[in-house]
Design a protein around this ligand. Structure first.
Ligand SMILES: *Cc1c(COP(=O)(O)O)cnc(C)c1O
Length: 365
């Protein structure tokens, strides 16, 4: 009996995106094998973190790197490190802080994941509004109580944001670190070094999204001194981050998955995803549906998605629910009454099956 039968759990096809609620992405067998190998022996956890971090830093062209249990755990630890400022006693007291405890967040970038900033003990200070953020507002909000400035790159937030360059220039001018949560910002692969290359002190990535590492893994990349503090204060050390520990298996799995991701032929992969999307468009159009390609992912990643317009009598959410009933997750854009498919997590066979089902359901108006 397989694990699905034994647990009574249904397997789904993920034509939507790398969402945790579906399990994220698919690990390559090599990453699973590394996890199996390391699971059979014991290690010096600090040595493992340090050596994996050195390899990951080299692969991602960063000074230093640290593996966490996810991007959210990475936000928690990065914040804690900024609050502690190298002092073990200050770290041990978190989430209780001294007066230098403010974390600046742009209102227009305020999102579900910035809860981890407050969880570390920081006081979020929101600047700007849904329409605009000015350099003066950022400069004016930074004072002797500011511990860090956070930045969440995302095309959906761009309209009212300040450019990252401006944020870095203003924050660094006042001696305050900038932390970029780029959890889902892959591809392009260059983003692994782009944000820190621009001067961000730390950049955070999820291990279980496009990197195809363990779902409970994540990365902090950037300045050596701050990463040294991650090594000192991060789990399994006691303190506020102990509740977001990772495992030797996840560290090994993420390292191998990341190495494979960086070494992939990214141009060939982009062409393959585009070809898959084009072929889907062809089939949807042949079935009489309005179909178009959007050349970016939900938060601006550089991979294509296929959008299909539905007849007025059929609501997109209904088609999504019917597809889910058949074991397929797809996306919806309710305002445009469109459904969408991302080829990112699909095999050729799955893509064929998804389009076939979509054509049947979209014709059921
Ligand atoms: C997905 C995501 C996270 C959380 O990532 P995990 O690795 O699941 O913890 C944090 N921030 C942003 C912007 C994300 O998209």
């Amino acid at each position: 009996m397989g694990i699905f039968e034994e647990l009574g759990v249904r397997p789904y096809v993920n034509a939507h995106d790398t969402y945790t609620v579906y399990g994220g992405s698919r690990m390559p067998p090599e990453a699973l094998e590394a996890m199996r190998q390391i699971s059979e022996h014991f290690v010096d956890f600090d040595e493992l973190q340090r050596r994996a971090g050195e390899k990951i830093a080299a692969l991602t062209r960063n000074e230093a790197a640290y593996v966490t249990n996810g991007a959210s755990g990475a936000i928690l630890l990065a914040t804690a490190v900024c609050l502690a400022r190298g002092d073990a006693c200050r770290y041990a007291r978190l989430p209780l802080t001294d007066s230098r405890n403010e974390a600046i967040i742009l209102c227009c970038q305020h999102n579900a994941y910035d809860k981890a900033i407050a969880a570390a003990g920081a006081k979020p200070v929101m600047i700007g509004d849904a329409d605009e953020t000015t350099p003066e507002e950022l400069a004016g909000a930074i004072n002797e109580n500011t511990a860090a400035v956070f930045y969440f790159p995302n095309i959906r937030y761009e309209f009212a944001s300040l450019p990252l360059e401006t944020v870095i220039e203003i924050a660094h001018g006042k001696g305050v670190p900038v932390i970029v949560d780029a959890a889902a910002q892959l591809p392009p692969v260059e983003n692994l070094w782009r944000f820190t290359g621009m001067g961000a002190d730390l950049a955070i990535f999820s291990g279980g999204k496009t990197l195809c590492g363990p779902q409970d893994s994540g990365l902090i990349l950037g300045r050596r001194a701050l990463i040294e503090d991650c090594l000192r204060f991060g789990a399994p050390a006691h303190g506020v981050c102990r509740s977001s520990k990772t495992s030797r298996e996840s560290i090994a799995g993420l390292y191998v998955a990341l190495k494979m991701y960086v070494e992939r032929d990214h141009e060939a992969e982009a062409r393959a995803l585009r070809a898959m999307a084009d072929s889907m468009i062809g089939r949807l159009k042949a079935a009489g549906l309005a179909a178009r390609i959007v050349p970016w992912g939900p938060v601006g990643q550089s991979y294509p998605r296929v959008f299909a317009g539905l007849p007025e009598a059929l609501r997109a959410a209904e088609v999504r629910d019917r597809m889910r009933g058949e074991g397929v997750y797809i996306g919806v854009s309710e305002r445009e009454n469109e459904v969408y498919i991302s080829p990112l997590n699909l095999t050729e066979d799955e893509a064929d099956a998804v389009i076939e089902k979509l054509i049947i359901h979209a014709a059921m108006a």
